[in-house]
Design a protein around this ligand. Structure first.
Ligand SMILES: Cc1cc2nc3c(=O)[nH]c(=O)nc-3n(C[C@H](O)[C@H](O)[C@H](O)COP(=O)(O)OP(=O)(O)OC[C@H]3O[C@@H](n4cnc5c(N)ncnc54)[C@H](O)[C@@H]3O)c2cc1C
Length: 362
């Protein structure tokens, strides 16, 4: 019997399980496939919403708090796993300045550093390989990235090191509820008992919890490609009209991503590959000469306005929902985990928890 079962081994479930374990709770994490094998692996690892000023205050609240938590979290994970998660302050260059007013007023509200950049020379001093046509931009020098597949590896190593219980290739079929309180979960031919259950099943969460509570979480497919280049070809994350380029330390460059509502289908298409390659090569012509090493797709846990569910389910004692981080699970993760853990432990929360409840702003 566990004190708490976490369903889903993406970054959200894994970080939640680790934090609860560190608080002294006996936790068991159940993952249908391999740890981190879904959206959390497929993502880009940018530690900022793409256009933060377009998001609600509740998303920014978590994002801003996460940014302060990341350096320590990554240092601990690096320590526990002996792996470098590649937390890098590469900065983010927004091509064009049509949203300058909104961006600057957001920056003032959140004490962020956004610098309008005007003229070719100034742009090149930030990112020398951008195409000739770019002469206006917004520059956020403090934006970090993390190599998300490495975060997953490090979290898994941390589980092993700290003795956090987990089972892979175990699919939860039902949440067991008796007399209005959760008593465990059903998997294949066994029921595993627990006092508390946290649903962190990413894009699959709605199906897991539907018998108890309807929630709006739907899969939104994102396709991505990866170029194989030399280190330092590109230094900055570059974003133009929703498309981005993320340079990794070893020279690999990610270009993403599509937004497709096609159910639970994770297939990739030649059309998306060509479109992503074309947009990336327009921004940085040198990319057009590089081979594409890989293409993949992941299913984001989409919510209408990007506000995640971080809450107790009122109808069932001991049942919690932690999902719907949509395009921002990596950046929102640490803060959202802190909030979840505070709710589970019945502690004062670091921020107002009401926007993250079912039927709040969703
Ligand atoms: C192309 C792309 C780019 C992205 N870029 C970024 C970015 O730059 N920055 C950022 O912050 N975010 C980014 N994201 C979003 C981010 O990856 C997600 O928000 C985040 O990974 C969600 O994590 P999760 O743990 O909720 O979901 P997942 O990683 O999908 O994990 C959910 C897990 O639950 C398991 N599960 C489901 N049902 C069951 C069941 N019945 N029993 C047991 N286990 C079950 C699944 O197998 C899965 O492993 C991106 C996403 C994509 C696809």
């Amino acid at each position: 019997m566990s004190e708490c079962i976490v369903i889903g081994g993406g970054v959200i479930g894994m970080m939640t399980a680790r934090a609860l374990h560190l608080s002294g709770m006996k936790v068991l994490l159940l993952e249908r496939g391999s740890l981190g094998g879904e959206s959390s692996w497929a993502g880009g690892g940018i530690i900022s919403p793409l256009y933060p000023w377009r998001y609600l205050e509740s998303v920014n609240r978590l994002a801003q708090h996460s940014k302060t938590l990341y350096p320590d979290l990554v240092a601990q994970l690096n320590d526990e796993s002996n792996l470098d998660c590649e937390l890098i302050q590469s900065g983010l260059l927004f091509v064009g300045d049509s949203e300058k007013e909104q961006a600057l007023s957001w920056a003032e509200q959140w004490s962020e550093n956004i610098q309008p950049v005007d003229g070719r020379k100034s742009i090149l001093s930030i990112e020398p390989v951008l195409n000739d046509g770019v002469d206006r931009a917004l520059w956020m020098p403090d934006v970090m990235q993390v190599r998300n597949p490495k975060i997953i590896k490090a979290l898994k190593a941390s589980f092993d090191r700290l003795g956090i219980a987990y089972r892979e290739h175990v699919s939860v079929q039902d949440i067991v509820v008796q007399s209005g309180r959760v008593t465990g979960v059903r998997v294949a031919d066994e029921v595993i008992g627990a006092d508390r259950v946290i649903v962190a099943g990413g894009a699959w969460s709605a199906g897991l919890i539907d018998a108890v509570q309807h929630v709006d979480v739907e899969p939104v497919k994102g396709q991505m490609i990866m170029f194989k280049g030399e280190p330092d070809l590109i230094k900055r994350i570059v974003l133009s009209e929703g498309h981005y380029i993320i340079p990794r330390r070893d020279g690999r460059v990610l270009a993403g991503s599509t937004l497709e509502k096609t159910g639970f289908d994770k297939t990739t298409s030649e059309e998306a590959l060509q479109a992503l390659r074309e947009t990336a090569s327009e921004l940085v012509p040198a990319l057009g000469l590089l081979p594409i090493e890989r293409q993949w797709a992941g299913l984001r846990p989409g919510t209408e306005n990007g506000v995640p569910y971080v809450c107790a389910i009122d109808e069932v004692e001991g049942l919690y929902l932690h999902t719907g981080h949509y395009r921002n699970g990596i950046v929102l993760g640490p803060a959202s985990v802190q909030l979840m853990v505070e709710l589970v432990l019945n502690k004062e929360t670091f921020c107002d928890a009401s926007p993250y409840k079912v039927a709040a702003t969703h």
